[in-house]
Each structure stands twice: as C-alpha cells, then as structure tokens.
Design a protein around this ligand. Sequence first.
Ligand code: SF4
Ligand code: SF4
Length: 372
Amino acid sequence: MIILILKAKLWEKLDNKKVKCHVCANECVISLGKVGICRTRKNIEGELFTLIYGSHISKGSLDPIEKKPLYNFWPGHIAYSIASIGCSFRCLNCQNWTISQANPTDNGKNGFYSDEYSDRKISLYEMTPEALVKNVVKSGAKTLAYTYNEPLIWHEWIIDTTKLLKKEGIKTILVTNGFSTPEASKELIQVGIDAANIDIKGMSDEFYKKICGVKTLQPVLNTAKYFKENKVHVEITNLLIPDLNDKREDIEKICDWVLNNLGEETPLHFSAYHPDFKMPSNERTSYSVLDLAYNIAKEKGIFFPYIGNINHNDGSNTFCPNCKIILIERNGYQIQNKNLTANNTCKNCSFDLNGCIKGKINENSSNKFFFI
Ligand code: SF4
Ligand code: SF4
C-alpha cells in the first residue's frame, strides 16, 4: 500500500491540542487543523502528520552530480534526483517556486497554490520506499539526491529511504537551505546521509528576513558546521544577487566564515542569479562580480572556489591546492581527469586529496540529464 500521510517525527504536544514541530528551525506551533510554514505538516486531532511522505513531483530524474552542485563528491557521477513539494522558506527569487510554494492536499496526492496562483494545480506521483530503491538500482545511479524543493521538511521519507538505499550501496545527498534543528540533523547524520550542498544565502539575519521570509541565518550555519563535524561531505553554495548580497564585504564574510568554521578544503560555489519568481533584483549577476568572488575566495585560501550558472574560465575546474595544476577539467557537465591518481593524490606534486575529494571520478559522464 502506498502511504502518503504519516505520523510525523520530532514534535511535541502543547496545550489546547496545539503541537510544536522540531523538524526545521521555524519550530512552528501549529493549531488544530492547521499546517506549518512549509504547508506539508498538519495538526490532525492534536497530532502532527506529514502530508507528503510518499508524494513526488515525478518518478525522478537522472542529473549530473555537478548540477546539485557537488564537485568534490563522486565527480562525474549521476545523481538520481527526487523532490516533493513545500519549503520552509519563501525566497523571493525561488527558481523552483512551482513546487516549493505548493500546498499538498490532505490526501497527499496533489498540490495546489494560494493567492494569485490559486487557479493552478500540480499532480503528485505516489511512491513507496521500496519502489524508489528499485528504480534507483535499476537506473544504475550510485547516488540519490533529495533536491529541488527543500528536503529537510521531507524528514520521515528521507530517513526511511536512506536506510534502504544504504543497503544497496547508494550514497545519499541533501541539497538544502540548511534550516535544520539539532534534533533533525542528528537523525539525518545517524541514518547516514553522505553529502550535503548547503545554501548560505546571505550572511545576515536581515537578508534571511527580507529575501527568504525566516527570522535568522544562524541555524543554517549551525547545520553546516554540525554536518561537517560529523563527517558529512559538505559543499556550500552562495547565490550572488545584484545589490542584495554581492558586495566585496558580503563575499569576504562568507569566505571567512567557511574558512574559520568548515575549513579551507570545503568547496564554495558562487552562483549567478537571474530574475525569477518575485524578482528581488531585476538584473543578472555580472561576470565581473562572480570573477571577483572567485578571486577573493582564492586569495583568502579557499581550496576549491567554483562558479556556477555562467561560463567562467577557471571556476568550473578543480585545481590542486598545493601545486595549482588542474586536477579535474569540466566542460559543461563533461569532465576529464587531468592529474588525479587512482588514490586521490596529485600526479604532479603527490598532494593527498583524500580529505578533499570523495569517491572515484566517472569520466564517462554525459552532458545531458533526463527524466525517467
Ligand atoms: S518542518 Fe519546519 S516549517 Fe514545516 S511545520 Fe515543521 S517547523 Fe514548521
Ligand atoms: S529555500 Fe530553495 S526551494 Fe525553498 S523557497 Fe528558497 S530557493 Fe526555493
């Protein structure tokens, strides 16, 4: 039987049949019959349920892992990518707003929208954990990414499916806003999440309030640090939005934070913004700003700065932090091993990259991604 609605994890009962959810740092207090900020957790008769347990936007898609983006984790491999609907944030620039801002129906089978989009609907694909694992194994993908909408709100599904995927040797990846709680992060680490790309969207509470609709940045930083301390492979993404978070000081601040808290070997992806959804800026990020970010990160000592969503001379390649020779060259999503040995050392200077690059390179990667 396909279950789409399930008693939630990590919540407590309050007075008057209210409940408090601890799955993300919004820690919503939810009255009887209402849903939390993510729209996907409902108080039904004084108990909290997830409405999206087995609800997917599609059967999944096969993406290059670099699209997540993860550049230092199983480079060139395919990430079987799945998503549901809802999000703990309301980013004004969300590129995936058609899924992130959708509400599940009470039976978890469809999504609908509020306000100006109320005439739209989205049908959801129903899946069991076993069926997902079967599909992933059949696809040949060695990794699975919970991505596109915010995976942290899909906690129960992630825990159950990661357990099964691990038995098949599939690595699991979160592409997340990082707005977790220590309790939720602990469960994700315990179940064995292998890697996370965490968005640090800006370095101030003001940015998070104005652009993302949440009160504070700190939980995101805490999650990144906690994951890293617990041996999850972490890469950071920072979308540079013109006039909102793209000043030299903003870039320096995130570089310093990464260096001081996650370490020089943590990849930092700066990506280009384009106007979308409610368009907090009408301009695209310029090449010169991305180039500045790349150079600041290099000068400060970040080993692996990357540039995404735009062609940048060096920003898609991986260089040896010691001798600076090119290790992995990327052309779109096609990658070539230039100077990395089978033991993850630099062919030129023997620098050991095992703490920096996880897994083997797949040079037969495709530059296409597709739905299945
Ligand atoms: S997951 Fe986050 S946003 Fe959703 S109900 Fe729980 S605390 Fe609120
Ligand atoms: S966190 Fe990501 S998915 Fe959620 S609203 Fe922001 S950009 Fe969209």
